[in-house]
Design a protein around this ligand. Structure first.
Ligand code: ATP
Ligand code: MG
Length: 428
């Protein structure tokens, strides 16, 4: 048995996964609602792809030399012998969906977003999980650097609208197929010279993808990388112009940022613009979101020649920076006693729920007093009293728990009182 497989005694969540419980989930819902509101204001539409995809999609899309594909994928063979992977990132799924449904031929803007779980066999620690959640943003078929700036601005607005301020935005350009080979050559030479000071992973990267040495988290490698040549010195004319225009638009948007020449990001497919937003007090796992441009990805995996750009934001890392409190719930608690009253209480609960009021009724033969105690403890806003007498007359008592007042009335009258308390009392 592998050390991770749950034993019978320990039925606990899989290592690196976590439950989001009531209390916390309301904050997630608020954040998700704000994400939707904001990205839809920028013209994005939601696209929900499956959580499982053919393994090949990520091998081709994410890239065979990436950490994700070499080390982090949850891959399994299904009952028909297909190799399936739980998505570790979202961009390849969107690219696949575009090709599969020929969304590029619809003539509508290809701006998509999703919020959902991703899976990576990462080393679990604070801010790093095996099932985590991302907000993912994708734009296809927009070459203009103005869109690069718009996306960074949108990420910034999103964080500000959620009250997150202690961040830094870092941007860079990683060049393109025209300018990267020269740079890679220069980099390979320099890395080769300090090979014995690099970690085993980075030694391998010297051959496979030297740019990604900049992405290593080992302190010694970072130290060496500081002295390596910088991509910005090697950009071709087109990439240089693109980077300059991107920064001009970003300046106009008023978003503060830093150019970080070491920012390459962990995926093979990036071209030109890359960016990250860092939590300034985030410790080791400090990247809240990261993204960039991928002009060749779609073509490279057999689709049409359409450029793309996007970012992914880690929800868990975002939540750690958020101080939002859940709204207190306003709900009606129905207390009842006796069999006849119980049936009436169930009917009344249905009536108030249909009227749009959150209504809780509990069973199990609790006494009146006990139910009142529960209503109090749970923090109900109103209590509806349904005894045998009330049930017979059709007139019920509604207690406003905050005001401590009690009113009698028909269900219709009481519903109006709950929904429009100020109007009712003004007429009293
Ligand atoms: P890191 O360098 O921290 O591993 P990454 O470069 O692998 O990040 P991306 O693939 O760019 O991350 O994913 C975008 C965002 O998703 C990250 O900035 C982070 O907020 C979040 N993220 C990535 N991996 C995890 C994880 N294992 N657990 C929680 N959040 C994650
Ligand atoms: Mg990672």
């Amino acid at each position: 048995m592998s050390p991770d497989s749950p034993s019978k005694k320990e039925l606990i969540a899989v290592k690196g996964t976590h439950d989001i419980l009531p209390g916390e989930v309301e904050i997630w819902q608020k954040v998700e609602a704000e994400v939707k509101r904001l990205v839809e204001a920028y013209g994005y539409r939601e696209l929900r792809a499956p959580i499982i995809e053919p393994t090949e999609l990520f091998e081709k899309g994410t890239g065979e030399t990436t950490d994700i594909v070499t080390k982090e994928m949850y891959t399994f063979i299904d009952k028909s012998g297909r190799s399936i992977t739980l998505r570790p990132e979202y961009t390849p799924s969107v690219a696949r969906a575009i090709v599969e449904h020929r969304l590029d031929l619809l003539g509508t803007p290809m701006r998509y977003y999703t919020i959902g779980p991703m899976f990576r066999y990462d080393k679990p620690q604070k801010g790093r999980y095996r099932q985590f959640h991302q907000v993912d943003i994708e734009v296809f078929a927009e070459k203009d650097p103005a869109i690069d700036a718009e996306i960074v601005e949108m990420a910034d607005s999103l964080l500000r609208s959620l009250g997150v301020t202690e961040t830094e935005t870092r941007v860079n350009s990683v060049g393109c197929k025209a300018c990267r080979p020269d740079f890679s050559r220069a980099l390979r030479e320099r890395a080769e010279a300090v090979r014995d000071k690099l970690c085993e992973d980075c030694r391998r990267k010297i051959e496979t993808n030297p740019l990604r040495i900049f992405d290593c988290k080992v302190a010694g490698c970072r130290e060496q990388a500081r002295a390596f040549p910088k991509i910005t010195g090697y950009l071709c004319g087109e990439c240089r112009d693109h980077f300059a225009a991107f920064r001009r638009f970003l300046d106009l948007s008023g978003v503060g940022y830093k150019v970080d020449e070491n920012l390459v990001r962990g995926l093979d497919y990036y071209t030109k613009t890359t960016f990250e937003v860092i939590n300034l007090s985030g410790g080791q796992q400090n990247a809240v979101l990261g993204g960039g441009r991928y002009d060749d990805m779609m073509k490279d995996f057999g689709g049409p020649d359409i450029c793309g750009i996007g970012f992914a934001m880690g929800m868990e890392r975002l939540m750690a920076m958020i101080t939002l409190k859940p709204e207190p719930r306003r709900f009606l608690y129905v207390v009842h006693a006796g069999e006849a009253a119980k049936a009436k209480a169930v009917e009344l609960a249905r009536f108030f729920r249909r009227g749009g009021v959150e209504t809780l009724i509990e069973f199990g033969g609790r006494s009146f007093k006990n139910q009142f105690g529960r209503a109090n403890k749970l923090g109900s806003s109103w209590v509806l009293i349904v005894g045998e007498d009330e049930a017979a007359k059709g007139i019920y008592q509604l207690k406003d728990m905050a005001a401590g007042t009690q009113t009698g009335g028909t269900p219709d009258e009481l519903l109006r009182r709950i929904l429009r308390p100020s109007c009712e009392s003004a007429g009293d």
